[in-house]
Design a protein around this ligand. Structure first.
Ligand SMILES: Cc1cc2nc3c(=O)[nH]c(=O)nc-3n(C[C@H](O)[C@H](O)[C@H](O)COP(=O)(O)OP(=O)(O)OC[C@H]3O[C@@H](n4cnc5c(N)ncnc54)[C@H](O)[C@@H]3O)c2cc1C
Ligand code: FES
Ligand code: FES
Length: 1338
């Protein structure tokens, strides 16, 4: 250990000796670092220094959990080792001194032995792309280390901070349920009382041959005793606890004093120093707001700041106490103390449940939350109404202050003097007649910051039970937490309805929001405080038990909360006579699942740094529409470590254009920017930090232009369209509208959706000899990268090898938008002759790469009195952004899917593409179809409401039948829609449950339920003939092993697994003899993108043909030796000079479509499905919960039911995000305001349906695809609109209860804001129409 000493002087005094060596343990091994840079996170250290790349970078802001590791600390006083899950992306590596870190590599590996946590997620099909998997594994592992037999509630809490974009979470929960005590009990009761499965008589347990996706009985038992021990050195020696530390780099000093006086002296010497505990605020400020803090002080060793003591007045909490530690302590005290004394504690415990995720709560401290003084702090409202006392101290002395209206002095400011430290707080006990209620509403229930939060404190007179005191504090409504105490008008009143009105008036008066208030949602944010108060009002009325409460009102305060999920998966078993070796149709595991679970699976950024490698960072446009006057990189170029700058000047004239179809985008912008985050150039530097810092120093002068067009409405107003539009007309549309009396005119809208693949875009380009380049990328279209790099750099394609091993999710977002990233890196690699790496930060990725097109559909529908649709006239508008990209193709699919699953004789549809000043929108699972199909399903509801019939009856009346023709004249062949609908209605028990829903709604005023059924028909194929092709290469080696390569990218969809199943069937060899290493342009050239759900259809046949070729060549050898084995035949073939390498090629025949004549066949076939979803809505807040979803899909003869069901569940949850949760917020000037998981919410673990049943239609086939299977990736996504329509049903019931018209439009996404504001009641009536000028819906 280095003995360098740092003496800090304060007023002439010498402070303790400071050590400068960082010492901690990783996976049992001691790490000693003498030159640590205090700006480094633990994640950086693990990935770059220790090369432990299992821990992934998904967001760098603590919002996805991909970087979760376990941190263990020996608590000497208790003689106990405690383990916590930590987001390594935010944890400063310096804070690890004296601690033990365990990463995913430290618990098991494919080479040695998987840990049961890794094994179970892999075997239960809980890992698709695998990028989230190590983080989820480590969250679960940490839970087990603390609690070997957790409960389901423990599981719920554990996964609040982990996201997965692929699986839909169900399989992960199922896998990990098997560790719980509850599961053991349930299994025991199943054995004795029947199984209780949601599938009733269809349950697999009741059949002879079990329909199981995996067998839990094969799981290796978990024994906590086999866990690695805590490093004994850390236990035996306390030297690392006692050391005062000082780590120093050129820019940052990190201190860890060990006593309070030293801490105060340091703060006095460096008044601007930040006190760093969890780093969950400071980490975000430095990474994303680019703030610099030259001095950081870690107070973790100061006992005064770690206090948790019960006194006569309440609980003393040290400022550095973590939120988890506080939570545990409060829960303990609530068990011991009388209930009335702990009402503040209870409010805190309930709030902490929804505060961040477990990783955040495990490190973030109480003081950090208070001193950050965020206006949406969850704790400060409670602290304020509870009147906590704060102890502040500086070298000059200490003082005690109350947290009242004077404490917060402005946005993120408090009364603390610069040299003061918060030592701790006193949380008072509540009084016997005092009640404290806390409320929080956010976009997503778990791990989300509040839109508005509140704490309400009410005191009653002991004798009269009349109101004695009332105070409320609100977050999210002002620059600071806002305390309201002037309720004098109601004091002395009884707790009756009169109080409500008067309190509402005070709140309305005190909480005023301007139209431009940051955060938008003005009306909603004004309504929420009243709704919260109403909830408290009813809850207290019930609790006081002095006046009768209408039982229907009780639903106001019942919380929507996590419940143990149930599920079933039904699929057809392979025929009994199918040989064991033949894997087609069996639910085998994703071939890389185990490697993904152990962190051994490699993604492009896990490739070790190459000698002389440099990093590239973009200079982006900061204006949405402007001429570029100048770009000056001189300041950046002068920085140490900067290699150079590239821009359009580095591209040959005439070569600076790209685009997947029409080349209408510049790689680097030359003259005019048409959206923010366009690339103007890039800085290349020795490392990422320098490159990114230097890129921010490139000065760009603009001349701003107008108008900036953000929304579809803006585009219509300014007539801003691309000149391509698509139109189809069939039948006599005008004639029908002229002669029909039942006509509804309306519109519907879907919003922008961000792909949110867990692995962001990136690549590594390595220059080889002369001009050759090797490109490792995270793209879905490697061939296009080779093509464009070749064109731009004028290098033949045969010298550019683009490779992809796997990618961490794509969903269409990496189809065309990854290309410019690889191309610019190639330009840099070529110019500087150095390997170039770039991986977009999450905010760059979200702000620059585009997403799903928002759609606005205007329609007119004519129908008869029985609900039969006679004609549709529709206009579709898509927000394409600043370039065409794939927007025309997206619009084509939308136009071809406008009728969804229904036969419409007379139909006119026009699709217009809006040109706006947003990043170019692009492919996204479903490719325009879900947006258009929403219109058809909305029409079904319109008609059902008009004619007074159930939407299912209307759907059934209009459903396509065998032999029908679509509006583009394609024949419906093997049309199983009716079967799907009937089976779904039956298995979901729709009609009976609809009655129960009605009963529930009658009995509950503030919670309403809704149930809805949605059908889908999805055309499979690109719709573009030349893309419908794929190739495969099969190499058989002399030991019999087979290396298979095809043209599709593995991105979690299980393509490699399915291809191995196909190859194994044809070659008649076990799957483990077949290996797929990567896709690469030098093995299979000219690939189409891995998109349009056709990966296995196209590549499957190509693989089959290549394998058949091998079998054919082997025939003479086999005939000679029919009893021989594969390995012998291969040896023989080799010695007989038979080529053991074969290619296969396939194209889909008969795919053509002519838009001018509306003839041809755009799709190879259709995939069908139906879903039924039931929801419960909180009418006062707009929150909702999925109670149950049943899906039936026709996937032909599934190649792999486990993978296909995984795709259905994952697509459903992604669609659920599209239709209800995910909302990208833009400013009117075109700035993306949602730039990470903190502000953009994709569904989490807690959002899955409480019951989720998926069935694959049995006894069906499909002559159009390999082994009768069907495409699955995109088709199920639209089924999630069943949640939107179920919500709408619930809202209808709420509106009817308030005598509001049941007809209303609910545009997607059905966010809590929309739901609340459309559930009109006496509260929404008070909120006059509020203007919102802060944000724009694109
Ligand atoms: C993913 C994520 C989710 C989150 N969710 C929520 C949420 O649901 N609700 C919510 O309210 N917040 C949330 N936050 C914000 C944040 O977690 C909290 O504010 C947290 O309590 C901060 O604690 P910390 O220890 O990480 O603070 P740090 O980042 O370490 O420090 C924060 C600030 O507090 C100051 N400080 C800390 N201790 C002292 C002291 N003793 N004396 C003087 N100054 C001090 C520091 O100087 C610094 O300015 C979230 C943050 C993240 C990253
Ligand atoms: S990468 Fe750390 S939480 Fe997302
Ligand atoms: S498997 Fe979870 S993000 Fe892909």
């Amino acid at each position: 250990m280095s003995k360098e000493e740092h003496r800090i002087f304060h007023n002439g005094e010498t402070m303790d000796e400071y050590e400068s060596s960082l010492v901690f343990f990783v996976n049992g091994k001691k790490v000693v670092e003498d030159n640590i840079d205090p700006s480094w996170t633990l994640l950086q250290y693990l990935r770059t220094k220790l090369r432990l790349c299992g821990t992934k970078l998904g967001c760098a802001e603590g919002g996805c959990g991909a970087c979760t590791v376990m941190v263990s600390k020996y608590h000497r006083a208790e003689d106990k080792v405690r383990h916590i899950p930590v987001n390594a992306c935010l944890a400063p590596v310096c804070s690890m001194h004296g601690l033990a870190v365990t990463t995913v590599e430290g618990i098991g590996s494919v080479k040695t032995k998987l840990h049961p946590v890794q094994e179970r997620i892999a075997k239960s099909h809980g890992s698709q792309c695998g990028f989230c998997t190590p983080g989820i594994v480590m969250s679960m592992y940490t839970l087990l280390r603390n609690m070997p037999k957790p409960s389901m509630e423990d599981l719920e809490v554990t996964f609040q901070g982990n996201l997965c974009r692929c699986t839909g979470y169900r399989p992960i929960i199922e896998a990990y349920k098997t560790f719980t005590e509850d599961w053991e009990k349930m299994r025991a009761s199943k054995l004795t009382n029947g199984n209780g499965c949601g599938m009733g008589k269809d349950c697999c347990m009741l059949k002879d041959r079990k329909v199981e996706l995996y067998s839990e009985s094969e799981f290796v038992p978990y024994h906590e005793s086999q866990e690695p021990i805590f490093p004994p050195e850390l236990k035996l020696k306390d030297q690392w606890d006692k050391q005062s530390l000082h780590f120093k780099s050129k820019e940052i000093s990190w201190f860890r004093p060990t006593n309070l006086m030293d801490l105060l002296k340091l703060k006095s010497k460096f008044p601007k120093a930040k006190i760093v505990v969890g780093n969950t605020e400071i980490g975000i400020e430095t990474k994303f707001k680019h703030l610099t803090y030259p001095v950081l002080i870690q107070p973790s060793q100061i006992t005064e700041l770690e206090v948790l003591d019960i006194t006569d007045e309440g609980l003393k909490v040290g400022a550095a106490v973590t939120l988890e530690a506080l939570n545990e302590c409060l829960k303990e005290q609530m068990k011991i103390l009388p209930e009335w004394k702990t009402r503040v504690f209870k409010a805190l415990v309930e709030t902490l449940h929804y505060f961040g995720g477990k990783q955040t709560r495990s490190v973030a401290c109480v003081g950090g939350n208070i001193i950050t003084a965020s206006p949406i702090s969850d704790l400060n409202p409670i602290f304020m109404v509870a009147k906590i006392e704060l102890e502040l101290q500086s070298v000059d002395g200490s003082r005690r202050v109350l947290m009242d209206q004077n404490f917060f002095t402005g946005y993120r400011k408090t009364i603390l003097n610069e040299d003061e430290i918060l030592i701790g707080i006193l949380l008072p006990f509540s009084e016997e007649y005092q009640y404290i209620h806390a409320h929080k509403q956010s976009r997503r229930r778990d791990d989300d910051i509040a839109i508005v939060n509140a704490a309400i404190n009410v005191k009653f007179d002991e004798d009269s039970k009349k109101l004695k005191d009332i105070s409320m504090a609100f977050g999210g409504l002002a620059p600071t937490t806002k305390l309201i105490t002037n309720f004098s008008e109601v004091l002395g009143m009884e707790w009756l309805e009169d109080v409500l009105d008067k309190v509402y008036e005070v709140i309305m008066r005190e909480l005023v929001l301007d139209s431009e208030a940051p955060g938008g949602m003005i009306a909603y944010r004004r309504a929420l405080p009243l709704s919260f108060f109403l909830k408290t009002f009813i809850a207290l009325k019930k609790e006081l038990n002095m006046h009768e409460v209408d039982s229907r009102d009780l639903s106001a305060f019942k919380k929507l909360s996590f419940q143990t999920p149930k599920s079933s998966q039904v699929f057809q078993l392979v025929p009994e006579d199918q040989k064991d070796i033949d894997l087609v149709g069996r639910p085998i595991n994703h071939v890389a699942a185990e490697m993904q679970a152990t962190g051994e699976a490699i993604y492009f950024d896990d490739i070790p740094k190459i000698e002389n490698e440099a990093y590239m960072a973009y200079v982006y446009s900061t204006k949405a529409f402007a001429n570029i006057i100048s770009i000056d990189a001189s300041e950046a170029l002068a920085m140490d470590g900067v290699v150079g700058f590239i821009s359009a000047k580095d591209i040959k004239i005439g070569c600076n254009k790209f685009g997947p179809v029409v080349q209408d985008e510049e790689v680097f912008i030359t003259k005019q920017v048409t959206c923010q985050y366009q690339m103007l150039g890039a800085i290349v530097a020795n490392d990422q930090q320098i490159a990114q810092k230097a890129a921010r120093k490139v000065a760009v002068d603009y001349e701003e232009l107008h108008p900036v067009i953000v929304s579809i409405e803006d585009a219509i107003k300014h007539n801003s369209f691309y000149d391509k539009e698509r139109k189809i007309e069939c039948g006599d549309v005008d004639g029908v509208f002229e002669t029909t009396r039942n006509i509804i005119k309306s519109n519907c809208r879907t919003g922008y959706q961000e792909h949110f693949y867990l692995e962001t875009h990136g690549c590594l380009v390595v220059p080889k000899e002369v001009d050759d380049l090797e490109i490792y990328t995270s793209s879905q279209h490697h061939a296009e990268i080779t093509d464009l790099v070749s064109r731009i750099l004028n290098i033949p394609q045969n010298r550019i090898v683009t490779k992809i091993k796997r990618i961490g999710g794509g969903f269409g977002g990496k189809q065309s938008r990854g290309v410019p990233i690889a191309v610019t890196a190639a330009i840099a690699a070529n110019k500087f002759r150095r390997p170039i790496r770039i991986m977009l930060d999450r905010d760059e990725d979200m702000a620059s790469t585009g997403g799903r097109h928002p759609f606005f559909t205007k329609y007119k529908v004519a129908f008869n009195d029985y609900g039969k649709i006679l004609a549709i006239d529709a206009e579709l508008y898509a927000n394409a952004g600043c370039s065409l990209d794939l927007s025309l193709e997206v619009m084509e699919r939308a136009v071809l899917h406008i009728e969804n699953a229904y036969k419409i004789e007379n139909l006119r549809v026009i699709g217009k593409i809006c040109r706006t000043n947003l990043p170019s929108n692009t492919a996204f699972r479903g490719f325009g179809a879900p947006q258009a199909m929403l219109a058809a399903e909305t029409m079904i509801r319109n008609i059902s409401e008009f004619v007074g019939k159930d939407p299912v009856d209307i759907a059934m009346k209009n459903l396509y039948r065998e032999g029908d023709k679509t509006h583009y004249n394609q024949d419906m062949i093997n049309c199983n829609l009716t079967r799907c609908l009937e089976q779904c209605v039956d298995s979901s028990n729709y009609h009976e449950r609809k009655l129960s829903v009605q009963k529930f709604n009658k009995e509950n005023r503030w919670k309403k339920r809704g149930i809805s059924v949605v059908c889908t028909k999805y055309g499979v194929g690109f719709g573009v003939p030349f893309l419908e092709q794929a190739g495969a290469l099969v190499n058989v080696y002399t030991d019999g092993s087979v290396l298979l390569t095809h043209s599709g990218v593995e991105m979690g969809q299980g393509l490699n697994t399915k291809m191995i199943q196909v190859a194994s069937r044809v070659l008649k060899i076990p799957a483990d003899m077949i290996y797929i290493s990567e896709v690469s342009t030098d093995k299979v050239p000219n690939s189409s993108p891995s998109a349009a759900s056709v990966g296995s259809d196209l590549n499957g046949v190509a693989v089959k043909k290549a394998c058949e070729e091998i079998r054919m060549r082997l025939k003479p050898i086999i005939n000679k030796n029919p009893k021989g084995e594969w390995k012998e035949w291969i040896k023989d073939a080799y010695f007989n000079r038979i080529s053991l390498s074969a290619t296969g090629y396939h194209y889909t025949p008969e795919i053509t479509y002519d838009w001018d004549t509306n003839t041809g066949t755009p799709y190879n076939y259709f995939t069908y499905g139906v879903a039924c979803t039931e929801v419960e809505v909180d009418c006062l807040t707009g929150d909702h919960q999925l109670l149950r979803t049943d899906i039936v899909m026709d996937l032909g003869a599934s190649l792999n039911p486990a993978i296909d069901i995984g795709q259905i569940e994952g697509a459903f949850m992604q669609g659920y995000g599209l239709f209800t949760l995910e909302e990208m917020v833009y400013s009117p000037s075109g700035t993306v305001l949602s730039k990470g998981p903190g502000s953009y919410k994709i569904p989490g673990f807690g959002d899955i349906p409480i019951e989720f049943n998926v069935s694959l239609l049995e006894g069906v086939g499909n002559p159009k695809a390999v082994y009768s299977s069907k495409a699955v990736g995109e088709p199920p996504l639209f089924l999630a609109s069943s949640a939107l329509f179920a919500i709408r049903e619930a809202m209808k019931s709420a509106r009817l209860g308030q005598y509001m018209p049941p007809y209303f439009r609910l545009h997607a996404p059905a966010t809590a804001e929309k739901i609340r504001m459309l559930c009109d009641d006496h509260i929404t009536e008070r909120i006059k129409k509020c203007e919102n000028t802060w944000n724009v819906i694109p």
